[in-house]
Design a protein around this ligand. Structure first.
Ligand code: ADP
Length: 589
């Protein structure tokens, strides 16, 4: 029997359940002993009705004990225990003695407290009502008769009374003892679980940090050689290649650009998942940005024989908006390049932007990128927002892509507190839309001529450039790029050399690699900024880094640098940076 009881406790291992089973066991034992004792007294003064009631009561309690130990049905056992007690009390009050005596009150208290402790609040209330009601009804009944309340049977057997009271006391003590034991045990278990949870959390955070570091350094390592490949491809393309070489170069450029996009997307996505990406706030010209995006896709659209329309419905007096323009560009670039990718020749791509509402402080805009391309089946319209999932596996083969673009766009829009919506029908096209709200600045909108700034028209041949770079291939690429624009240059193989050469004061700009031996680009820039000669100390320094945008934005060390280009960069983007340098110095003159 002890084995069975142990297994019962083992199968109900929660401390609270164990406490309930122990209280029930104790209650059953106590009442069986009490009833047997009463039966003993009755042997001296036999009374057929009482004997029958006590025998039936003992039978019910033994059955309850059987259910508990042999069938492990502790809840049924508890109900039988409590119901038989209730019946005992009811029959005493209603049928037999017609009154409430002290023993019955004691038994009622046992039922009420045990039902709450063993079966919980709801059953506790039910049993309480079942027990209290006959007592109240009876007392009311007698009171209605002659205005007095009686506790009947003052002649009750003294031993029975004493034993019931002692049993009640013991049971109440046992109940509280068990409950508090289970309470402390639960607390200890909770503490232990919390500690385990905390250490699991720490481990997970550490693993995430390591993964993030790994991705950052991998991306860095991959970008550096990719920079050389892209740089060389660009150079070869402008060196009048033969027709067949042009095609090979186009394939080379396409593959490297795809590889770069994959590296960037993977890194971006992993940072997003770690909630490491937050939005920057800076004023920008929305109109200009939209036109720039539109222009950047024009060549691709023409190449594919598509039509593209930019429909901007904004107020003419729109001031600068405040927000993260890099992320907006990323969102629109992804959606527009998908639209181009999944629309066949002669198709139409529309980029629609309109004002939803505008107050003095902010503006809400709706954006939509609509195409009449292949469309997305309804069954796939959810999964395409999941990372690495595409509507159709053949798509990757035909159109390329990683399946990360929409997952990133969705998260970026969510970061803006909005939602990306999709309407699409197969062979009819797709409509990706979202709303964004931007703060407005007091600055007036200035129609800008930047839109029409032609590429490469600024003459930068007067620039004397210091290339601080340890990787010889990168140096070669940079030299060839600068040769194109007839700039003059000198090369420093590490930060220390760069610092020494900068001191000569003959350079207009330093293209500073960050990871260099002896002294890195950050330290070199810091020391240059600290030079006594103010003009040299303020020399323009452009970092050339293989780190990701996110890492750069989060790095304090970039404060010593004026600007940066992430490797691999296109000659055009370097040219733009150098152009602005020349334009500024011309303006100064
Ligand atoms: P990728 O384009 O790199 O495959 P995305 O996350 O950008 O990854 O897109 C996931 C999938 O959603 C695509 O592979 C394609 O099946 C579907 N999709 C996205 N945009 C469009 C669109 N404009 N028209 C049709 N299908 C689209």
């Amino acid at each position: 029997m002890t084995d069975r009881y142990k297994s019962l406790l083992k199968n109900n291992e929660a401390p609270l359940q164990q406490a309930r089973i122990r209280i029930l066991t104790f209650g059953l034992l106590l009442l069986i002993l009490l009833a047997v004792f009463v039966l003993g007294i009755l042997a001296i003064h036999p009374h057929p009705v009482i004997v029958t009631r006590v025998v039936v009561f003992i039978g019910a309690l033994i059955y309850a004990a059987y259910l508990l130990i042999y069938k492990e049905k502790w809840k049924s056992s508890a109900h039988i225990f409590l119901i038989s007690l209730c019946i005992f009390i009811w029959t005493n009050i209603v049928l037999y003695k017609h009154g409430v005596n002290v023993v019955m009150i004691q038994l009622s208290l046992i039922v009420i407290s045990s039902s709450f402790y063993i079966l919980g609040k709801n059953w506790g209330l039910i049993y309480a009502v079942c027990n209290v009601s006959p007592v109240i009804i009876y007392l009311l009944f007698t009171r209605l008769q002659d205005g007095k309340v009686y506790l009947t049977d003052s002649q009750i057997n003294n031993n029975t009374f004493m034993l019931t009271m002692i049993a009640n006391f013991i049971l109440i003590i046992v109940m509280h003892n068990e409950f508090f034991k289970s309470f402390y045990l639960s607390q200890a278990k909770e503490r232990e679980l919390n500690e385990q949870l905390q250490s699991a959390l720490n481990e997970a955070n550490e693993a995430t940090r390591m993964r993030s570091d790994f991705l950052s350094s991998m991306s860095h390592e991959l970008r550096t050689p990719l920079h050389a490949v892209i740089g060389m491809t660009n150079l070869l393309s402008v060196e009048n290649p033969r027709k067949d070489q042009e095609e090979s170069l186009a394939v080379l450029r396409f593959s490297t650009e795809n590889l770069l996009a994959l590296i960037n997307d993977t890194l971006d996505f992993s940072k997003m998942n770690e909630n490491k990406i937050s939005l920057n706030k800076a004023a920008f010209n929305l109109n200009l940005l939209l036109h720039n995006i539109y222009s950047s896709f024009r060549a691709k659209v023409q190449q594919k024989g598509l039509n593209m329309m930019l429909n901007i419905d904004l107020d003419n007096d729109l001031p600068y908006v405040i927000g993260d323009q890099t992320r907006l560009i990323q969102i629109l670039n992804n959606l527009v390049s998908n639209a181009i990718k999944f629309t066949d020749a002669n198709g139409l791509i529309q980029i629609n932007i309109k004002t939803i509402s505008r107050t003095k402080e902010q503006i809400s805009l709706s954006f939509a990128v609509i195409d009449n391309g292949i469309g997305i089946p309804e069954s796939k319209q959810d999964i395409i927002f999941e990372p690495f999932l595409q509507a159709n596996n053949n798509i990757t083969k035909r159109y390329g892509g990683t399946g990360l673009g929409l997952a990133i766009v969705k998260r970026l829009i969510a970061l803006h507190g909005s939602e990306l919506k999709l309407k699409s029908e197969v062979n009819k096209g797709s409509n990706f839309s979202f709303d964004l709200t931007y703060e407005l600045t007091a600055e007036e909108y200035q129609p800008t001529d930047l839109l029409t700034t032609a590429k490469n028209v600024v003459d930068i041949s007067n620039l004397h450039v210091l290339i601080a770079e340890d990787n010889m291939i990168n140096v070669m690429v940079l030299k060839k790029i600068l040769d194109q624009w007839s700039c003059t240059y000198a090369v420093a193989g590490n930060g220390m050399e760069a610092l020494e050469m900068a001191k000569t004061g003959v350079f207009d700009v330093i293209l500073m690699d960050i990871h260099m031996p002896i002294m890195d680009g950050f330290e070199a820039s810091k020391q240059i900024r600290a030079l006594a000669n103010v003009e040299i100390a303020n020399i323009k320094i452009i970092a050339l880094t293989a780190s990701s945008e996110v890492d750069i934005q989060q790095s304090f060390s970039y404060t010593y640098l004026d600007d940066y280009l992430t490797k691999p960069f296109s000659p055009d983007s370097l040219k733009k940076k150098l152009d602005s340098l020349v334009q500024k110095s011309i303006r100064r003159i």
